[in-house]
Design a protein around this ligand. Structure first.
Ligand code: MV4
Length: 448
């Protein structure tokens, strides 16, 4: 087992990783920017090393700064958390060269899934259902129009270097093709320095359902069932839950088997997530694979009663997965509490937290790095806490979440708590029947 793990991250996930390391008897090294001196991850780690000024490019995203901290602290492994360097294949490769274990997949696995058309082709060959579309990048308008006609309108143009919605355009008729193709290409080029675009059939009114998997170094892959992440705003997840209100045991087994096929196709090592679109007919299609621990891993932990960070560390240390695939025993919902003003288009609301009281009680979990007196820096993402509730049924879980949200007191800044309260009381959310457009006509500005 590792002696000392350096956590190349900040915020709640850094703290989350430190907690598990402590329970496993592993020493921890925190790294921090000057904006994060007062953060709890710095206080709770055994050692803390300042790696630079507030901008991420000069601190949490700087490979030389992180590697210098590894040298100074003599850590033998790095946990990248999510975001920052978590899916940076070059970073995983540098770790390899230094003889430091990157807690996650190999650079090759990260690269294969990072390029979306390569990922899709790998999945198609492995027998995982993929969305009908072009097998290669589109080379010209003429070729693109021909492909689109074959696939059938509406189609969607996606950036091969993309993910998370950037460089994506829906095209409903051939007349709209050229304009959208140029827009997608330019956005892809400026965002990813890669203007490769491919075509897919546009799936109307889908749900986002993802499967958590674990793979060990000996070729074993298990799934841990699904998370439903359909509640999103501009490609930002706000609520995640497990099990999905629209996935039954038969579909769960089928999607789980497909996710295992996906993992096995690339010899996957570590914790990963296979994202699917689920259409209104109950057909599902591979969308992307995330080669990291995700924000919403907590709902899977709550319904399967496992510590996913512990699983990641054990797998990285060469331990075998002992468990079979896992099915939900309970229902869990996570609400992301962001420092945002929901009454003004979810604009960021950084600043000083004057008072902070987090909900407690049976079935309530709060993962956070903040406290009364903490100053939220404006440099990083706006998530300040995750509120996770667990109960036997979805109905009870929603009621518990509403109760917990009512107890949440954060003064000094605006948060997404009022949004979540409204959602928990919403009839359509309670019905469980909605799609990724749900929040498009969920109006918050009317209230205050
Ligand atoms: C799609 C789609 C419909 N059809 N692909 C959005 C982010 C990126 N991961 C892929 N996305 C989508 N891809 C086809 N062929 C609809 C979306 C989509 C979406 C997906 C999941 C969750 C929320 C979404 C919101 C808008 C569009």
């Amino acid at each position: 087992m590792f002696n000392k793990i350096l956590i190349a991250n900040r915020g709640e996930i850094a703290l989350r990783i430190i907690r598990t390391c402590k329970e496993m008897g592993i020493k921890t090294v925190a790294v921090y920017s000057t904006a994060d001196r007062e953060s709890l991850h710095v206080r709770f780690a055994d050692e803390a090393i300042c790696i630079g000024p507030p901008p991420s490019s000069e601190s949490y995203l700087s490979i030389p700064k992180i590697m210098a901290a590894v040298e100074i602290s003599n850590a033998d492994a790095i946990h990248p958390g999510y975001g920052f360097l978590a899916e940076n294949a070059d970073f995983a490769e540098v770790c390899q060269e230094y003889g430091i274990k990157f807690i996650g997949p190999t650079p090759e696995m990260i690269r294969k899934m990072g390029d979306k058309i390569t990922a899709k082709e790998t999945m198609r060959k492995a027998g995982v259902p993929v969305i009908p579309g072009s097998k290669d990048l589109i080379k010209s308008i003429t070729q693109g129009k021909k492909m689109a006609a074959e696939v059938g309108y509406p189609v969607i143009l996606k950036a091969t270097a993309g993910g998370g919605g950037k460089g994506m355009r829906i095209v409903r008729t051939e007349e709209e093709f050229e304009e959208n193709f140029d827009l997608a290409r330019n956005e892809a080029k400026s965002s990813f320095s890669n203007d490769g675009i491919y075509i897919e059939k546009f799936i109307e009114e889908p749900r986002h359902v993802e499967i958590q998997i674990l793979g060990d170094q000996y070729g074993k892959v298990i799934h841990m069932s699904e998370r439903d992440c359909t509640i999103q705003r501009r490609h930002q997840k706000l609520v995640e839950e497990s099990p999905s209100p629209v996935v039954n045991k038969t579909l769960r087994k089928k999607m789980g088997a497909s996710a295992i096929k996906a993992g096995k196709a690339i010899n996957y090592e570590g914790a990963g997530t296979v994202e699917f679109l689920l259409d209104i007919h109950g057909k599902y299609y591979f969308m992307e694979m995330n080669t990291r621990i995700q924000v919403e891993h907590t709902v899977t932990e709550e319904v399967t009663d496992r510590d996913l960070i512990k699983d990641q560390i054990r797998i990285a240390a060469g331990k075998k997965i002992e468990s079979k695939s896992l099915f939900p025993e309970m229902h869990a919902i996570e609400c992301r509490i962001n420092a945002e003003d929901v009454y003004h288009n979810f604009r960021p609301s950084p600043g000083g937290i004057k008072s902070f009281h987090s909900p407690k009680g049976h079935g309530v979990r709060v993962d956070t790095h903040v406290y009364a007196g903490y100053e939220i820096p404006p440099f990083y993402d706006s998530m300040i806490a995750k509120l996770i509730c667990r109960a036997h049924t979805r109905e009870e879980c929603i009621k518990k979440m509403e109760r917990a949200l009512e107890e949440f007191i954060v003064e000094g800044i605006q948060t997404t708590v009022p949004f979540h309260l409204k959602l928990m009381r919403d009839e359509r959310f309670n019905s469980g029947i909605y799609n990724t457009s749900f929040l498009e006509d969920f109006d918050m500005s009317a209230e205050e």
